[in-house]
Design a protein around this ligand. Sequence first.
Ligand SMILES: [Zn+2]
Length: 403
Amino acid sequence: MTPAVFEPATPLAPPAGRTTNDLIRQQNLSSVLSLVHSRGALSRAQLGATTGLNRSTVTGLVMELTELGLVREAPGGERTGKVGRPTLDIEPEDHVAALSVRAEPLAVTVALVGLGGVVHARLRHDTAGAPSPKRFVQIVSSSVEAMRADIDRHYRVVGAGLAVPGLVNANGSVLVSPTLGWKRDPVSARLSDELGMPVAAGNDASIGALAESRFGVGVGVGNLLYLGGAMHSIGGGLIIDGTLLRGTSGYAGELGHTVVDPRGRACVCGRRGCLEAEVSLDILEPLLGRRKLDEDELDVELGVARSPRVLAEVTRQVELLSVALTNFVNAFAPETVVLSGYLGCLLSVSRERLADAVRVHPLGAEGRTIRLERAHLRSRLMLVGPAELAFADLLSNPAGFRG
Ligand SMILES: [Zn+2]
């Protein structure tokens, strides 16, 4: 299996003033810190076996990361012999943290997430409607102020990451977010000015794919198709050969706007019959007689639903989702397909039909086995995910971090 790697490849020639040895050391520090960040506590022997580095190199790297305050030693599970002392594992220093911010039409969530994906705190601010970018920045700022005393006393915050349901370019500007009503807004620059720290923004589904590949069902999976991201819209995230597919200006993965019924419902994008318009909790909620259901509540509702209208609508949506999944699987040849949010709920009640949809036989050849999984991180997904954007620079160059 190809390990998921998102950092840019090391350039062949070192920049002025840096030697090849400097670059190799940076890459090794990055490998060790990234491993304990995504896998949790590991012994020096496990670090050596996974990275291919020898014992003394691993010891030196761990010492440097400890001095930087990025990892610490903790009693491990292994023993040096039958009656030997317990070995010491290396684990991430979770007081090194990032702010994780999520913008949704009816809520703004801010969380404090430590290295290793530990959620230390979260604050959810419900809104009556989608906030303007300016109002959104105010809400985030007041949420951070509410955490300020705790942050200043206990944590070293490296920056903030922001998840937006919409198109976000590499500079963190939102091109368009139909569900938030935002257009051409430099939202991460606004937030960075307000918070006084770097802010990296990305599309929520791409962030979901990243988080599942680091901490969830996609660990060690080189080719992963992720679909879902939110309860009321559908986005896609693709990891191809271990790298998040970005496409022109970072806009790849808008799989929710794949047309599954050309004569279907009008979509926010201006077309008809997009997957997002047809496979939607917004259609199902009135039939259930409920509103604003979260993932856990919907699981319960669907588990006990007996109404013929509800069951017929679920079947209709699952059929259209199946059509889309078969097309995606043929186009991208993933090893694993991950469904999250609303689509994860549909998977739990229609596993057989959806599993059949991803059982493809390319050109009549023998079928491949493709894992179909519900996202594992569930309610943690969009807390842990945005923080990954903020940790990216630290993970790729740990020695550059002198907090
Ligand atoms: Zn559309």
